[in-house]
Design a protein around this ligand. Structure first.
Ligand SMILES: [Zn+2]
Ligand SMILES: [Zn+2]
Length: 437
């Protein structure tokens, strides 16, 4: 990310510090060469990568993403034909129809993660990149970057794209399906958003630092203080060491005023509460039907597993496998992995810390993919809406399933991976200061 020359900094001969989000290790930044990446020496987390993209390139990518976002949402992703009647649907049609069918929770969740939050994410990026690429500090940089950090994990365009493909395969066995312009547009959007998603709030702040727009005061390392990185802007600063966990009161980042804690407050209790709620809801999510299909022959409810079996029997074993992994394997793995991570922190276990950090990263990455089936259901509702002939609608199981996804993601966010490293014998985690490699 840091491809700018560091002339100004080299004059002072001091590069800013960077703190690892996963182990609290603190490192001195240095300029990277082509193809290099900086990884945390302690836990192996990638801190940042070399990128030849300039702020203007990022701006161009964000503008292109916004244009493709509009195209993807303006045109139907598919059309289907039954007895000469034709029907096309966009993502917004699917959300609207689900809302009209009174499945408000499902419509709200998919509307947020499929449309609103990705749109806000792009607007926030443009808000910061436009002035930054012109050498000016964006107004409200701190607030907008905090918002961006909050939005990024919830933007689920790639999951929606996979949902469209699964829905089309499901329909193709019984009706004629035509692909709409919206589908390839969502494909391009997925690629673009994956690229711009690399521009985290901390990366934006690093660009502002390199442009000499954001200050990076060197921490004093005062006695009774520890070095802590701001979760929002990445600035490493002195933080008054809390006497006990209960004393870990909120302090504020000196640069962006985000809340700073040594460790996330009540992390374990919150993670437990969210995990347990998710585990309980996982039962209705699997037992209750996620959708209903009403045809001339009758009305039937379909559960997630039932849907997988139908796909398998229909010969689409590859799609059946994708849905099974996303809807069954991923939520179970996420819950079990989190359970293991939480228990080992509670036992004060200091073994396998690097492996546990990789496990936490895996939980973070796979988090959103379980939303797949919920997207499939709302799309089927929008496409197969032929009154009197065939009508598909969401059902209670879909809301429960969506909530499981949201709760497990919140549980992963509440867990503080740094607390695992506190058990390491030669702790002093926050005082670690090493060159990154
Ligand atoms: Zn680390
Ligand atoms: Zn900050």
């Amino acid at each position: 990310m840091d491809d700018r020359p560091f002339d100004d900094r080299q004059r002072d001969d001091v590069q800013p510090l960077i703190a690892c989000e996963h182990c609290a290790g603190v490192h001195r930044r240095r300029a990277l060469q082509h193809g290099e990446l900086a990884a945390c020496e302690r836990c192996g987390t990638v801190l940042w990568r070399y990128s030849r993209l300039t702020l203007n390139d990022w701006l161009a990518l964000a503008v292109a993403s916004l244009i493709v976002f509009c195209v993807a949402n303006a045109f139907p992703v598919a059309r289907i034909e039954i007895y000469g009647a034709e029907r096309g649907a966009t993502l917004l049609d699917a959300i609207g129809i689900t809302w009209q069918q009174h499945h408000w929770a499902v419509a709200f969740m998919t509307g947020m993660v499929g449309f609103m939050l990705p749109l806000l994410q792009l607007l926030a990026l443009l808000w910061v990149l436009l002035p930054l690429s012109r050498g000016r500090m964006p107004a409200d940089m701190a607030q907008v970057c905090r918002l961006l950090g909050w939005l990024q994990p919830w933007s689920m365009v790639p999951v929606f794209l996979l949902g469209v493909i699964v829905a089309l395969v499901k329909l193709a066995s019984s009706v004629q399906v035509h692909v709409g312009l919206g589908l390839p547009a969502f494909g391009v959007l997925t690629v673009l958003l994956t690229i711009v998603g690399r521009l985290s709030p901390q990366a934006l702040w690093r660009h502002a630092e390199d442009a000499g727009l954001a200050h990076t005061p060197e921490p004093q390392c005062k006695p009774g203080h520890l070095l802590a990185g701001c979760h929002a802007c990445g600035l490493v600063q002195d933080l008054a060491e809390p006497v006990s966990d209960a004393d870990d009161r909120a302090q504020h980042c000196m640069r962006c005023h985000a809340v700073l804690h040594k460790r996330k407050p009540q992390s374990l209790a919150r993670t437990w509460a969210l995990m347990l709620t998710a585990a309980i809801l996982y039962i209705p999510a699997n037992i209750l039907p996620v959708m209903r299909i009403a045809t001339v022959v009758g009305d039937s409810g379909h559960t997630i597993l039932g849907g997988v079996v139908e796909l398998w029997r229909g010969g689409a074993w590859d799609i059946a496998l994708i849905v099974f992994v996303a809807s069954v394997v991923v939520p179970m793995t996420k819950l079990l992995a989190l359970l293991l991570l939480v228990l080992r922190v509670q036992w004060g276990d200091a073994t396998g810390l690097r492996a546990r950090t990789r496990m936490y990263e895996m939980v973070e990455i796979i988090g959103q993919w379980s939303m797949l089936d919920v997207f499939v259901v709302i799309l089927l509702s929008a496409l197969a809406d032929f009154p009197g002939l065939m009508r598909i609608s969401a059902d209670t199981g879909a809301a429960a399933f969506g909530l499981v996804v949201v709760l497990t993601m919140l549980a992963a966010m509440s867990f503080d991976p740094r607390s695992a490293w506190d058990a390491e014998p030669a702790a002093g985690a926050s005082a670690h200061l090493k060159e990154s490699h």
